[in-house]
Design a protein around this ligand. Structure first.
Ligand code: NDP
Ligand code: HSE
Length: 437
């Protein structure tokens, strides 16, 4: 089996290392030795440390490498939409199996890759694209194929989990924690993709597509990042016995006409410390799957970093190599359900709202009236002096309100109206609450 490796950075370098260190075992598992035919990179002369590889294998001509007759499997760990899409389409149409970690591409235009795979009769595997080392896509696309998945809730971005965990545990600043995550190889080349939730949204689209047999793209996913999460939010969460996580939530629902739909969203949310996802710290990922017959399943492990991601890539390489030797191909994409994706405004969620208000008679009634007008039911209200100062008539107070479940659009309209009230000095924080706090 001859491999064309596209990319030799954080992930690609570890793929090379593992291929070298485990050559004998991999050959035994596949039934044929695995050899690297060539490695396409941007800079052939780049210092790659002690990587156990013949420098003559490096090339800056990925297409030339893919088209070589002696290449059976193409492994893409470069990233981005183009030129990666053109390379993979070329490979798949030519009947070469593809293994990729490129979540951005799969979420933006997975359909083109799946179609090319079907056309060329080739395998397209992408376990590493979601949650790094965690075996998750294979269970969704194979083990759970006899079941009906209702909801997938996950922490799928290591960088933001690292940052939020550090902010929660030690009060580390956002910038400092991001720098450390980048040094550890967790963050994307442009960390905006991590902190603004684009990376998690891409993974959410891939998970939703597999879980609900529907083509969901990144454009369908409601996305909010963590750049506006403040130390005060973290403290508020703690006061409620919660922690803040960047969650990806993909769930089945029913629209007003009774048709089955899916909703897919990524945003920071407060979850109770008793929730299974609350204890997922550092750059770890975890995904909680709720299925009709299987019940609740939890997948946990390292979601980012060179070696963990390379482990998932190699698992796919073994699978596609075995298929090729057997003259077989994995089942193709399953998108038969073709459910429509509901807008975020219809998603059912809860809000935690912290307001600085005037402390005088009638304030609570006015605030409660806004919630009532938008048919949002209040679950709890807590009042204390604003900024810890003295309470009492004429001073300011902090109101912390947690709602019951309501459509997101009603909650957002409530917050908009609160912002316009004379008695509301400021809306200090608005966070969604998930998981039964
Ligand atoms: P890096 O930036 O570390 O590596 C990218 C590699 O691609 C480099 O070797 C670079 O060459 C090469 N490259 C870039 N542009 C070109 C080009 N035009 N032609 C040929 N080669 C090119 O990225 P990562 O290893 O971190 O990520 C790779 C993929 O894996 C991405 O899709 C990412 O989203 C995904 N992924 C990453 C994870 C992680 O933890 N890092 C986890 C899960 C998935 P050169 O070495 O010369 O610069
Ligand atoms: N930047 C990504 C993360 C890498 O932090 O999770 C893994 O996909």
């Amino acid at each position: 089996m001859r491999l064309a490796l596209l990319g030799c950075g954080t992930v690609g370098g570890e793929v090379v290392r593992l291929l070298h260190e485990q050559a004998a075992d991999l050959a035994a598992r596949i039934g044929a030795p695995l050899e690297i035919a060539g490695i396409a990179v941007r800079r052939v002369g780049r210092d790659r440390g002690d990587l156990p590889v013949d420098p003559a294998l490096f090339t800056t001509d990925p297409l030339g490498l893919i088209k070589r007759d002696d290449v059976d499997v193409v492994v893409e760990v470069v990233g981005g939409i183009e030129p990666a899409r053109s390379w993979l389409v070329e490979a798949l149409r030519a009947g070469k199996s593809v293994v990729t970690a490129n979540k951005a591409l799969l979420a933006e235009d997975g359909a083109t890759l799946h179609d090319a795979a079907a056309e060329g009769g080739a395998d397209l595997y992408y376990e590493a694209s979601v949650a790094g080392a965690i075996p998750l896509l294979r269970p969704l696309r194979e083990s759970l194929h006899g079941d009906r998945i209702n909801r997938v809730t996950g922490i799928v971005n290591g960088t933001t989990n690292f940052i939020l965990s550090a902010m929660d545990a030690t009060g580390t600043g956002f910038a400092e924690a991001l720098e450390e995550a980048t040094e550890l190889g967790y963050a994307e080349a442009d960390p905006t993709a991590d902190v603004e939730g684009f990376d998690a949204a891409a993974k959410a689209a891939i998970l939703a597509s597999l879980a609900f047999h529907t083509r969901v793209t990144a454009a369908h996913v409601h996305r909010e990042g963590i750049t506006e999460v403040t130390a005060a939010d973290v403290a508020s969460a703690k006061a409620m016995g919660c922690t803040i996580k960047l969650l990806c939530i993909a769930a089945r629902g029913v629209d007003a006409a009774g048709r089955e739909t899916v909703s897919v969203r990524v945003h920071p949310a407060m979850i109770p410390l008793t929730h299974p996802l609350a204890s997922v710290g550092d750059a770890f990922n975890a995904v909680f799957v709720e299925a009709e017959a299987a019940g609740q399943l939890m997948f946990y492990g390292r979601g980012a970093g060179g070696a963990p991601t390379a482990s998932a890539v190699l698992g796919d390489v073994v699978a596609v190599a075995r298929n090729r030797l057997a003259g077989a191909r994995a089942a193709s994409e399953s998108a038969y359900a073709d459910l429509s994706v509901r807008p975020m405004g219809e998603a059912l969620t809860r809000y935690h709202i912290s307001l600085d208000v005037a402390d005088r008679p009638g304030v609570l009634e006015s605030v409660a009236g806004v919630f009532a007008r938008h048919e949002v039911s209040i679950a709890t209200v807590r009042q204390g002096p604003a900024g810890g100062g003295p309470a009492g008539r004429g001073s300011e107070a902090e109101l912390v309100i947690v709602t019951h479940v309501a459509p997101d659009a009603a909650l957002a309209a409530t917050v908009r109206e609160l912002r316009g009230l004379e008695i509301v000095r400021s809306v200090a924080s608005v966070l969604r609450v998930e998981g039964g706090a």
